[in-house]
Design a protein. Structure first.
Length: 73
């Protein structure tokens, strides 16, 4: 049990050193577009997802109404 704790502490220490001294240059992975353009894209995607959810809900509700109309008493 103690060995596991010591090992995990070592791993955490190694991880923190790696975070402070990374091997590569991560600037190539940073977005180059302005923030406003990226936020606009995020909201556009959100609108697309909400629209799809509304359409799916409408189809499910319509299907339930049709099934209820077809049932006999």
């Amino acid at each position: 049990m103690i060995n596991a704790v010591i090992k995990s502490r070592r791993l955490r220490a190694i991880g923190s050193v790696v975070d402070m001294l990374p091997l590569g240059d991560y600037s190539e992975y940073m977005p180059t577009e302005p923030r406003t353009v990226r936020i606009k894209g995020y909201w556009k995607s959100t609108g697309h997802y909400v629209g799809k959810a509304i359409e799916q809900y409408d189809q499910d509700a319509r299907r339930r109404r049709i099934d209820a109309d077809c049932q006999t008493a």
